[in-house]
Design a protein around this ligand. Structure first.
Ligand code: 6CS
Ligand code: FE
Length: 303
């Protein structure tokens, strides 16, 4: 028999300390990548193995061409709507007044709400995470031709853990291309296999960090030596695909994307599903939780 006493003065050790550390450290992932718990689902064994190994998986055509037309029209409408442009959930480009991201698209638009509940997405997320899921974050990222800026290298989990209080690596992002994603118009770059290592980053989270980090992230990004080592070890995959293609990627993948100086716009939707067993707590390394439209605190419903 064993008993556990919890001393309220001794907080349990954070397995992924970050932004509380003085120098970069590498911590091996504790959790599975593909979780047991769900039987059946659309993903084939081979696809699950690929996701487990690389931390991401691509689909040439998850969304049909006629649906893409509808989603793109809806996104154009949203970007042109003055109320949405003025909404705090809309993030502008750092150097122009173009729209960079719109957060919580599933609460802003019925069309987007339907998409995030679509079994093609939800069943895949469930299968990877091994439980029922809920939406942690949804957004559209736009990179118009000529002046769409990039996203520097980062692990989403590093931010979600530090700033949102996400306990474990048990979330998956699904990115859906609404325009063709080429190697040259700001496609997603992922270091395959990087999801197995957590990079603890020095630097303290300032108050209201999200107001600047969503335009240009500077805290929680690994130093150049770490990124060089990671790139040598893992290589860099560029995720290209036609409109309607999609990518699922693990919360701890090292990823980023370059600016778009081509004339070809790049617009992608991102939906982040979190396991209902991984509900958010207090932030691990930030003065206050971020707003709900960036990190949902809705009570995860059990299925
Ligand atoms: O801060 C966040 O939650 C977000 N930032 C980035 C660069 N990627 C994921 C997420 O949308
Ligand atoms: Fe990201």
């Amino acid at each position: 028999m064993s008993t556990t006493t919890t001393d309220p003065n001794t907080p349990t050790r954070d397995p992924y300390p970050t932004r509380t550390v003085t120098h970069t450290t590498h911590i091996e992932r504790r959790e599975p990548v593909v979780w047991p718990g769900t039987t059946g689902g659309p993903l084939l064994d081979d696809e699950l193995r690929t996701y487990d190994r690389n931390g991401f998986l691509t689909f040439d055509r998850l969304i049909e061409p006629d649906e893409v037309v509808g989603l793109r029209a809806e996104l154009d409408r949203m970007c042109a709507d003055p109320r949405i442009r003025a909404d705090e959930r809309t993030v502008g480009e750092p150097d122009s007044d173009a729209v960079r991201s719109i957060f919580e698209i599933h609460r802003i638009s019925d069309v987007m709400a339907e998409l995030v509940a679509d079994p093609r997405l939800v069943d895949r997320a469930r299968q990877i995470l091994g439980t029922e899921v809920y939406i942690h974050q949804s957004r559209a990222n736009l990179k118009p031709g000529f002046d769409g800026s990039g996203f520097y290298w980062h692990s989403d989990f590093e931010t979600w853990h530090a700033e949102d209080g996400m306990p474990a690596m048990r979330a998956v992002s699904i990115s859906i291309a609404l325009t063709d994603n080429y190697v040259h118009n700001g496609a997603l770059m992922i270091m395959p296999g990087s999801h197995r290592t957590f990079v603890a980053c020095p630097g303290e989270t300032p108050d209201g960090h999200y107001r600047t980090s969503l335009r240009r992230q500077q805290i929680g990004t690994p130093d150049p030596d770490t990124l060089t080592g990671f790139a040598d070890r893992h290589g860099i995959s560029v995720v290209t695909g036609a409109a309607g293609s999609a990518t699922m990627f693990d919360s701890n993948c090292m990823h980023g994307s370059a600016e778009n100086i081509t004339p070809f716009p790049r617009a992608n939707l991102f939906v982040v599903y979190n396991s209902v067993d991984n509900a958010l707590t207090d932030p691990y390394a930030a003065p206050a939780p971020r707003p709900d439209f960036i990190a949902s605190r809705e009570t995860p419903l059990r299925g």
